[in-house]
Design a protein around this ligand. Structure first.
Ligand code: PAF
Length: 260
């Protein structure tokens, strides 16, 4: 695996059908499942590793984001990534950078995190233009992000297929997230209320009942930012977000349909 830091160097390495997995590092098994899919479907697999300051609201959140490039590089290489694109901040946002992608309505998650999806959208469009992938890979756990990215690609006529892969969970059901590392043992136990409440909501939906109310009732003392039904290209998803201690977690389950 080659680690490249500049756009010029990256472009000189690219040929054939490229699969891109955009990441901010702190890689876990969820990312590895995206690398596996990209490996199976493309000639070249590029993973980007860039902690995108533009999508963070609180400076403290950005400052405490886990960074370990050597560990990430080892995992990416083991998963068959060909090129790790790990640019410096100024390579992506050089002095004078002033153009942003305005995403419009981004649901409850967008409302809860002002400016977040503008930052995500801008860096994704830049990565699509830099890497020119045939396919780009995102996790279902960030369903609202997947919706926003699919909409940008459609609205701005960007020629890339957005693949959305299932959420990877720990054995007890907690969705894998780089943020889980911040949970104490006691918080991690409380965080299990999220997947359990979503399962309760999905059961209720299956019985023809109110999935949102059932999820809210099963959150076991966690106060959600929202519980909402979202639509991702015809797939109905039940999504929620809640703080456990100081850590904000998001999770969702599919109620109807299948992601591609
Ligand atoms: O999901 C993430 O890790 C980030 O939002 C992404 C897509 C890499 C953009 O910075």
């Amino acid at each position: 695996m080659k680690i490249v830091r500049t756009i010029r160097e990256l472009r000189s390495e690219l040929h054939g059908e490229v699969g891109l997995v955009p990441t901010m590092g702190a890689l876990h098994a969820g990312h590895l499942s995206l690398f596996d899919a990209a490996r199976a479907e493309n000639e070249i697999v590029v993973a980007s590793l860039f902690v995108n300051a533009a999508q963070f609201g609180q400076p403290v959140d950005l400052a405490s984001y886990p960074r370990d490039e050597a560990a990430d590089a080892k995992l990416a290489e083991g998963a068959g990534v060909d090129i790790l694109f790990a640019p410096a901040e100024a390579e992506i946002y050089p002095p004078g950078f002033a153009t942003w992608v305005d995403v419009g309505d981004a649901g409850e998650e967008g409302a809860a995190r002002s400016g977040h999806f503008r930052g995500v959208a801008t860096v994704c469009v830049k990565l699509f233009n830099i890497v020119k992938p045939r396919r780009a890979y995102f996790g279902q756990k960030d369903a609202q992000q997947a919706i926003v990215v699919r909409r940008i690609v459609r609205d701005l006529n960007i020629d890339v297929q957005i693949r959305v892969l299932p959420t990877v969970r720990d054995e007890d059901g907690l969705a894998l997230s780089s943020r889980n590392a911040r949970l104490s043992e006691e918080e991690r136990a409380r965080a299990l209320a999220l997947p359990r409440a979503l399962a309760a909501g999905a059961r209720e939906y299956g019985l023809g009942g109110d999935a949102v109310a059932a999820t809210r009732n099963a959150l076991n003392g966690l106060t959600p930012d929202y519980v909402e039904l979202i639509d991702l290209d015809g797939v109905t998803i039940l999504a929620t977000a809640a703080k456990v201690g100081a850590t904000r977690l998001i999770d969702n389950v599919i109620l109807e349909g299948e992601l591609t």
